[in-house]
Design a protein around this ligand. Structure first.
Ligand code: CP
Length: 312
Protein backbone atom coordinates (compact mmCIF):
# COMPACT_ATOMS: atom_id res chain seq x y z
CA UNK A 1 0.00 0.00 0.00
CA UNK A 2 1.38 3.44 -0.97
CA UNK A 3 1.32 5.80 2.04
CA UNK A 4 0.79 9.53 2.19
CA UNK A 5 2.95 11.54 4.57
CA UNK A 6 0.61 13.26 7.02
CA UNK A 7 3.16 14.59 9.53
CA UNK A 8 4.27 18.18 10.05
CA UNK A 9 7.24 16.83 12.02
CA UNK A 10 9.49 13.81 12.33
CA UNK A 11 9.78 13.24 16.06
CA UNK A 12 10.42 9.51 16.30
CA UNK A 13 10.00 6.10 14.72
CA UNK A 14 7.28 5.39 17.30
CA UNK A 15 4.87 7.69 15.44
CA UNK A 16 5.47 6.12 12.00
CA UNK A 17 3.56 3.28 10.33
CA UNK A 18 5.30 0.59 8.28
CA UNK A 19 3.96 2.28 5.12
CA UNK A 20 5.36 5.66 6.19
CA UNK A 21 8.78 4.14 6.94
CA UNK A 22 8.80 2.54 3.49
CA UNK A 23 7.73 5.86 1.95
CA UNK A 24 10.78 7.57 3.50
CA UNK A 25 13.07 4.78 2.25
CA UNK A 26 11.59 4.86 -1.28
CA UNK A 27 11.82 8.67 -1.40
CA UNK A 28 15.43 8.45 -0.19
CA UNK A 29 16.24 6.06 -3.05
CA UNK A 30 15.09 8.72 -5.52
CA UNK A 31 17.20 11.37 -3.78
CA UNK A 32 20.28 9.13 -3.66
CA UNK A 33 20.23 9.24 -7.43
CA UNK A 34 20.31 13.07 -7.28
CA UNK A 35 23.54 12.82 -5.24
CA UNK A 36 25.18 10.85 -8.04
CA UNK A 37 24.51 13.50 -10.72
CA UNK A 38 27.03 16.12 -11.83
CA UNK A 39 24.69 18.85 -10.58
CA UNK A 40 23.60 17.52 -7.17
CA UNK A 41 20.77 19.95 -6.57
CA UNK A 42 16.98 20.06 -7.00
CA UNK A 43 14.64 23.01 -6.35
CA UNK A 44 12.20 21.19 -4.00
CA UNK A 45 12.74 23.48 -0.96
CA UNK A 46 13.55 26.72 -2.80
CA UNK A 47 12.41 29.67 -0.70
CA UNK A 48 12.26 27.62 2.54
CA UNK A 49 14.49 28.31 5.54
CA UNK A 50 15.96 25.51 7.64
CA UNK A 51 17.57 26.10 11.02
CA UNK A 52 20.02 23.54 12.43
CA UNK A 53 19.70 23.90 16.22
CA UNK A 54 22.24 21.48 17.68
CA UNK A 55 22.55 21.89 21.42
CA UNK A 56 24.76 18.78 21.66
CA UNK A 57 27.87 17.91 19.64
CA UNK A 58 27.48 16.29 16.21
CA UNK A 59 29.58 15.71 13.12
CA UNK A 60 27.55 13.41 10.85
CA UNK A 61 23.97 14.44 11.58
CA UNK A 62 24.48 18.20 11.54
CA UNK A 63 26.58 18.15 8.37
CA UNK A 64 24.19 15.73 6.71
CA UNK A 65 21.11 17.87 7.43
CA UNK A 66 22.90 21.00 6.22
CA UNK A 67 23.96 19.34 2.98
CA UNK A 68 20.53 17.73 2.53
CA UNK A 69 18.80 21.10 2.86
CA UNK A 70 21.27 22.76 0.47
CA UNK A 71 20.77 20.01 -2.12
CA UNK A 72 17.04 20.74 -1.90
CA UNK A 73 17.83 24.47 -2.45
CA UNK A 74 16.71 25.63 1.02
CA UNK A 75 18.40 28.50 2.85
CA UNK A 76 20.27 27.07 5.86
CA UNK A 77 21.17 28.68 9.17
CA UNK A 78 23.41 26.81 11.63
CA UNK A 79 23.11 27.97 15.21
CA UNK A 80 26.35 27.60 17.12
CA UNK A 81 24.95 27.15 20.62
CA UNK A 82 28.17 28.14 22.38
CA UNK A 83 28.01 31.49 20.56
CA UNK A 84 24.22 31.87 20.96
CA UNK A 85 22.13 33.55 23.64
CA UNK A 86 21.45 30.14 25.18
CA UNK A 87 24.72 30.63 27.06
CA UNK A 88 23.29 33.89 28.45
CA UNK A 89 20.39 31.99 29.97
CA UNK A 90 17.80 32.26 27.18
CA UNK A 91 15.43 29.30 27.33
CA UNK A 92 14.86 26.80 24.53
CA UNK A 93 11.29 28.12 24.31
CA UNK A 94 12.40 31.71 23.78
CA UNK A 95 15.10 30.68 21.31
CA UNK A 96 12.50 28.73 19.35
CA UNK A 97 9.93 31.56 19.40
CA UNK A 98 12.59 33.90 18.02
CA UNK A 99 13.32 31.46 15.19
CA UNK A 100 9.59 31.41 14.47
CA UNK A 101 9.55 35.21 14.43
CA UNK A 102 12.21 34.97 11.70
CA UNK A 103 9.88 32.65 9.72
CA UNK A 104 11.95 29.47 9.95
CA UNK A 105 10.11 26.73 8.05
CA UNK A 106 11.99 23.71 9.40
CA UNK A 107 13.95 23.37 12.64
CA UNK A 108 16.26 20.40 13.08
CA UNK A 109 17.00 19.96 16.77
CA UNK A 110 19.47 17.90 18.75
CA UNK A 111 19.19 18.22 22.52
CA UNK A 112 20.32 16.33 25.60
CA UNK A 113 16.76 16.29 26.98
CA UNK A 114 14.36 13.56 25.88
CA UNK A 115 11.21 15.24 24.56
CA UNK A 116 12.89 18.47 23.40
CA UNK A 117 11.73 17.94 19.79
CA UNK A 118 8.17 17.13 20.92
CA UNK A 119 8.15 20.32 22.99
CA UNK A 120 9.11 22.45 19.96
CA UNK A 121 6.61 20.63 17.72
CA UNK A 122 3.77 21.59 20.09
CA UNK A 123 5.01 25.16 20.40
CA UNK A 124 5.78 26.12 16.80
CA UNK A 125 4.15 26.17 13.38
CA UNK A 126 7.48 25.14 11.78
CA UNK A 127 8.25 21.51 10.98
CA UNK A 128 10.44 19.99 13.68
CA UNK A 129 12.86 17.19 12.90
CA UNK A 130 14.35 15.28 15.81
CA UNK A 131 18.10 14.85 15.29
CA UNK A 132 18.47 13.06 18.64
CA UNK A 133 16.81 13.85 21.98
CA UNK A 134 18.71 12.55 25.01
CA UNK A 135 18.47 8.78 25.29
CA UNK A 136 15.04 8.77 23.63
CA UNK A 137 15.07 8.64 19.79
CA UNK A 138 17.29 9.38 16.78
CA UNK A 139 14.82 8.60 13.99
CA UNK A 140 16.90 9.57 10.96
CA UNK A 141 19.74 7.33 12.17
CA UNK A 142 17.36 4.34 12.29
CA UNK A 143 15.97 5.24 8.87
CA UNK A 144 19.44 5.45 7.31
CA UNK A 145 20.43 2.18 8.99
CA UNK A 146 17.30 0.53 7.56
CA UNK A 147 18.01 2.03 4.14
CA UNK A 148 21.53 0.59 4.22
CA UNK A 149 20.36 -2.88 5.26
CA UNK A 150 17.63 -2.88 2.60
CA UNK A 151 20.07 -1.69 -0.08
CA UNK A 152 22.65 -4.34 0.84
CA UNK A 153 20.38 -7.30 1.59
CA UNK A 154 17.25 -6.46 -0.45
CA UNK A 155 14.94 -6.79 2.56
CA UNK A 156 14.66 -6.28 6.31
CA UNK A 157 11.88 -8.74 7.15
CA UNK A 158 13.23 -12.00 8.56
CA UNK A 159 16.84 -10.81 9.01
CA UNK A 160 18.66 -11.36 12.31
CA UNK A 161 19.95 -8.00 13.53
CA UNK A 162 22.14 -7.83 16.63
CA UNK A 163 22.62 -4.51 18.38
CA UNK A 164 25.65 -4.74 20.63
CA UNK A 165 26.76 -2.38 23.38
CA UNK A 166 25.24 0.45 25.34
CA UNK A 167 21.52 -0.11 24.75
CA UNK A 168 20.26 1.59 27.91
CA UNK A 169 21.52 5.08 27.07
CA UNK A 170 21.25 4.82 23.30
CA UNK A 171 18.66 6.74 21.28
CA UNK A 172 20.05 4.95 18.22
CA UNK A 173 19.19 1.60 19.80
CA UNK A 174 15.65 2.71 20.69
CA UNK A 175 14.86 4.01 17.21
CA UNK A 176 16.44 0.94 15.57
CA UNK A 177 14.51 -1.46 17.82
CA UNK A 178 11.22 0.29 17.01
CA UNK A 179 11.90 0.39 13.27
CA UNK A 180 13.37 -3.09 12.82
CA UNK A 181 10.64 -4.84 14.81
CA UNK A 182 7.96 -2.92 12.84
CA UNK A 183 9.56 -4.14 9.60
CA UNK A 184 9.75 -7.76 10.77
CA UNK A 185 13.45 -8.23 11.63
CA UNK A 186 14.50 -10.48 14.53
CA UNK A 187 16.35 -8.15 16.91
CA UNK A 188 18.89 -9.35 19.48
CA UNK A 189 20.32 -6.98 22.09
CA UNK A 190 23.62 -7.82 23.79
CA UNK A 191 26.15 -6.20 26.09
CA UNK A 192 26.83 -5.89 29.81
CA UNK A 193 23.70 -6.60 31.89
CA UNK A 194 23.94 -3.10 33.41
CA UNK A 195 23.55 -1.60 29.91
CA UNK A 196 21.08 -4.14 28.46
CA UNK A 197 18.21 -4.56 30.94
CA UNK A 198 15.73 -7.36 30.29
CA UNK A 199 12.92 -4.77 30.14
CA UNK A 200 13.84 -4.38 26.44
CA UNK A 201 12.27 -7.81 25.82
CA UNK A 202 8.94 -5.94 26.01
CA UNK A 203 9.82 -4.39 22.64
CA UNK A 204 9.88 -7.85 21.06
CA UNK A 205 13.68 -8.26 21.21
CA UNK A 206 15.83 -11.12 22.44
CA UNK A 207 18.24 -10.06 25.21
CA UNK A 208 21.43 -12.01 25.81
CA UNK A 209 24.65 -11.45 27.74
CA UNK A 210 26.45 -14.17 25.78
CA UNK A 211 28.39 -12.51 22.95
CA UNK A 212 28.82 -15.77 21.03
CA UNK A 213 25.07 -16.41 21.05
CA UNK A 214 24.44 -12.82 20.00
CA UNK A 215 26.68 -12.88 16.94
CA UNK A 216 26.38 -16.52 15.78
CA UNK A 217 23.37 -16.15 13.45
CA UNK A 218 23.47 -12.40 12.89
CA UNK A 219 22.94 -11.09 9.37
CA UNK A 220 23.70 -7.57 10.64
CA UNK A 221 25.74 -6.47 13.66
CA UNK A 222 25.19 -2.88 14.73
CA UNK A 223 27.86 -1.82 17.22
CA UNK A 224 27.19 1.04 19.61
CA UNK A 225 29.58 3.37 21.34
CA UNK A 226 29.78 3.47 25.12
CA UNK A 227 28.13 6.80 25.92
CA UNK A 228 30.14 8.08 28.84
CA UNK A 229 28.39 11.44 28.57
CA UNK A 230 25.03 9.86 29.48
CA UNK A 231 26.15 7.36 32.13
CA UNK A 232 25.72 8.49 35.69
CA UNK A 233 28.38 6.12 36.96
CA UNK A 234 30.60 3.46 35.52
CA UNK A 235 28.40 0.58 34.39
CA UNK A 236 31.27 -1.92 33.93
CA UNK A 237 34.69 -2.31 35.56
CA UNK A 238 36.85 -0.86 32.76
CA UNK A 239 37.00 -0.11 29.04
CA UNK A 240 39.55 -2.92 28.70
CA UNK A 241 37.13 -5.39 30.25
CA UNK A 242 34.30 -4.18 27.98
CA UNK A 243 36.51 -4.70 24.92
CA UNK A 244 37.53 -8.18 26.09
CA UNK A 245 33.94 -9.23 26.85
CA UNK A 246 31.96 -7.51 24.07
CA UNK A 247 34.30 -5.88 21.54
CA UNK A 248 34.13 -7.10 17.94
CA UNK A 249 37.69 -8.43 17.61
CA UNK A 250 39.24 -10.55 14.84
CA UNK A 251 38.52 -13.87 16.61
CA UNK A 252 34.82 -13.08 16.93
CA UNK A 253 34.68 -11.64 13.43
CA UNK A 254 36.01 -14.97 12.08
CA UNK A 255 33.01 -16.74 13.62
CA UNK A 256 30.37 -14.49 12.00
CA UNK A 257 28.24 -15.51 9.04
CA UNK A 258 30.46 -14.78 6.01
CA UNK A 259 27.99 -12.29 4.52
CA UNK A 260 27.09 -10.45 7.73
CA UNK A 261 27.12 -6.64 7.61
CA UNK A 262 29.10 -4.61 10.15
CA UNK A 263 27.37 -1.34 11.06
CA UNK A 264 28.05 1.51 13.49
CA UNK A 265 26.27 4.87 13.73
CA UNK A 266 29.51 6.67 14.59
CA UNK A 267 31.47 8.15 16.16
CA UNK A 268 33.47 4.92 16.47
CA UNK A 269 35.96 4.21 19.22
CA UNK A 270 38.57 2.14 17.37
CA UNK A 271 39.93 -0.65 19.54
CA UNK A 272 37.06 -0.40 22.05
CA UNK A 273 33.76 -1.68 20.60
CA UNK A 274 35.33 -2.49 17.21
CA UNK A 275 38.78 -3.59 16.08
CA UNK A 276 40.28 -0.91 13.85
CA UNK A 277 40.86 -3.27 10.88
CA UNK A 278 37.25 -4.54 11.08
CA UNK A 279 35.96 -0.96 10.97
CA UNK A 280 37.75 -0.56 7.64
CA UNK A 281 37.07 -4.01 6.17
CA UNK A 282 34.94 -4.78 3.10
CA UNK A 283 31.94 -5.95 5.13
CA UNK A 284 31.88 -2.73 7.13
CA UNK A 285 29.22 -0.38 5.75
CA UNK A 286 29.90 2.39 8.25
CA UNK A 287 30.71 5.04 5.65
CA UNK A 288 27.92 3.87 3.33
CA UNK A 289 25.57 4.57 6.26
CA UNK A 290 26.83 8.16 6.22
CA UNK A 291 26.29 8.47 2.44
CA UNK A 292 22.78 7.03 2.75
CA UNK A 293 22.05 9.38 5.65
CA UNK A 294 22.20 12.31 3.25
CA UNK A 295 19.57 10.80 0.95
CA UNK A 296 17.36 9.82 3.90
CA UNK A 297 17.53 13.33 5.36
CA UNK A 298 16.68 14.86 1.98
CA UNK A 299 13.63 12.58 1.94
CA UNK A 300 12.59 13.54 5.48
CA UNK A 301 12.92 17.29 4.83
CA UNK A 302 11.09 16.96 1.50
CA UNK A 303 8.19 14.98 3.04
CA UNK A 304 7.85 17.20 6.12
CA UNK A 305 7.69 20.22 3.79
CA UNK A 306 4.74 18.62 1.97
CA UNK A 307 6.58 17.10 -0.98
CA UNK A 308 5.36 14.15 -3.03
CA UNK A 309 8.04 12.40 -5.08
CA UNK A 310 5.52 11.01 -7.61
CA UNK A 311 4.52 14.61 -8.49
CA UNK A 312 8.03 16.05 -8.71
N1 CP B 1 25.51 9.03 14.36
C1 CP B 1 25.48 10.30 14.82
O1 CP B 1 24.44 10.78 15.30
O2 CP B 1 26.66 10.96 14.72
P1 CP B 1 26.90 12.49 15.17
O3 CP B 1 26.76 12.52 16.68
O4 CP B 1 28.25 12.86 14.69
O5 CP B 1 25.82 13.31 14.52
Amino acid sequence: MKADWRHKDLLGIQELSVEEINLVLDTAAAFKEVGERTVKKVPSLRGKTLVNLFIEPSTRTRTSFELAAKRLSADVININTTASSLVKGETLKDTALNLQALNADIIVIRHSAAGAAHFLARLLKASIVNAGDGAHEHPTQALLDAYTIREKRGRIEGLNVTILGDILYSRVARSNILLLTKLGAHVTLAGPSTLVPRVFEQFGCRVTYDIEEAIRDADVINLLRIQHERQRKTMFPSIGEYTAMFGLNKERFARLKPDSLIMHPGPINRGVEIDSDIADCERSVILEQVTNGLAVRMAVLFLCAGGNISES
